[in-house]
Design a protein around this ligand. Structure first.
Ligand SMILES: [Zn+2]
Length: 163
């Protein structure tokens, strides 16, 4: 019995990038505030449409860009962190880790529903937004979606989900 063929399209890098700051936690410690120029990779696996494609490259890039633009030039806050003390105020976010405290104006922050702002979890969030956006456009033949976030050359976190 032969394996089912798989067909995939990928879009990556070039305009699919954003610059953002964050501070991830690990092992009970917290990184100092810093930033990355993140490169984004997207792979869609699915059946061919009657036009012989899995998904239109241009549309896939535009849709991805619409999502990652929300992160560009922002501080990425892990809203569900169990290690940071996070207080939402009317005009800012107050964040404390031990003796260190930060206050960020709200317009500079994207509060992501994740436990930590690792590349893996940022990729997972983008993947959820992207899957919803593509489904809303009628992408019913998609079977699998992968998002990769390269935070520096040669260092990337990935998330794959079956749709
Ligand atoms: Zn980092």
């Amino acid at each position: 019995m032969g394996a089912m063929p798989t067909r995939r399209v990928t879009v990556e890098r070039n305009r699919l990038r954003f610059a953002a700051s964050h501070m991830a936690t690990f092992g009970g410690t917290c990184e100092p505030l810093h930033g990355h120029n993140y490169d984004v990779f997207v792979e869609v696996e699915g059946d061919l449409t009657k036009d012989g494609w899995v998904w239109d490259f241009g549309d896939l890039k535009r849709t991805t860009l619409g999502i990652i633009e929300q992160l560009d030039h922002r501080f990425l806050l892990q809203r569900r962190s169990t290690l940071l003390a996070i207080e939402e105020r009317p005009t800012n976010w107050a964040i404390r880790f031990g003796e260190k405290g930060y206050v960020f104006p709200k317009e500079d922050v994207v509060a992501l529903p994740v436990e930590n702002t690792t590349s893996e979890q940022i990729a997972e969030w983008i993947s959820g937004e992207l899957a919803a956006a593509l489904r809303a456009k009628g992408a019913l033949s998609m079977r699998k979606l992968t998002v990769g976030i390269e935070e520096m050359p040669g260092q990337a976190g990935w998330y794959t989900v079956d749709l």
